[in-house]
Design a protein around this ligand. Sequence first.
Ligand code: PLP
Length: 408
Amino acid sequence: MDYDDINPLPRLLMGPGPINADPRVLRAMSAQLLGQFDPQFTGYMNETMALYRGVFQTANRWTFVVDGTARSAIETVLVSVLEPGDRILVPVFGRFGHLKVEIAERVGADIRMIETEWGTVFAPEQIEAAVREHRPKLVALCHGDTSTTMAQPLADIGAICRRYDALLYVDSTATLGGMDLPVDAWQIDACSAGLQKCLGGPSGSAPITVNERVERVVAFRRHTERGIRSETDRPGEGAIIRSNYFDLAMLMDYWSERRLNHHTEATTMLYGARECARILLKEGLPNAFARHALASRAMVAGLTAMGLRLFGDLAHKMDNVTGVYIPAGVDGERVRGAMLNDFGIEIGTSFGPLVGKIWRIGAMGYNCRKDAVLITLAALETVLAAEAFRLPRGAGVDAARAVYLGKA
Ligand SMILES: Cc1ncc(COP(=O)(O)O)c(C=O)c1O
């Protein structure tokens, strides 16, 4: 078969992620492969662990990457912590809450779920009441749920979970690197992410951190693979973890000084993950958070000035993605098509109850830049005007630019 080489048209990815990878990440990923036990490579593994401690703002020893997209780390936590019959509480405020329920079902957990309307988040008191009532072993929450563009306030949830002796797991796929998430200060026991959003990399590597509380649960379930086990590897008393690939105990052994072999670490993805964290920490977390917050204000100002209505509880909007109602009479998919075909810009559609109702426009990671925000607004204005949507021409870009110039 005579296929052409891979040579995609340039795109500016301004949806809810994935976004364009930072060129430095792509460069790092083109470096030559190494053997997984080469001291150079294990050195890079250790550096990656140290870098992600900085990104997660944690001192957790067990901070590394799972090979797979973001959900691989979600599954790692749930399958490794929950034995069949163990109780989990999932506060659901969008599609990715349902994902945790779905994974927990496959694990055979006893699932308790509370829901709030898409576009809203939970008050800490609501979560506390549910934890008090259900007494779960694990509470699993999204930080930002990209399906609704909402960010759940988390500062109080860790303390609530400790009061009732529950573990707290946070899925920060959509926010890590873009919004503040001090894992230790907020008493989060396990946290994971993906590279393809605020971290400015491709999907395929999932940073994860867990503390000693999780380590204890997992150690109780440790069953080292027969072919690599030694005399000293006594099986734990707990039930075996029902996944080999996502077995947190074996992953820890692989990432420990012992380097007890599990999978073959995905060399190229590790280079990418390391570079994402290195770039972010070099910028400085507070600067990166401020850059995302500024882009969010500019996007909100621009879309509003164009006469568009924003989705959801804006007090809890994620800083890196904005939901906007598709105006009546406008064909949402035709707009997305024109944005892509005429301007090379991708914006997002939505899921579930929001399909056909909102677009999701992101500005995150490498694409969280003034030029990307302004170009996206300018293109959207032109496309909407062609849809016969009456809007004040130029107002969106002017309003967003005013935010960047500090005049709004
Ligand atoms: C909050 C959240 N969790 C999980 C996922 C799933 O990530 P992945 O597609 O990388 O497995 C996403 C993807 O958008 C997400 O936004």
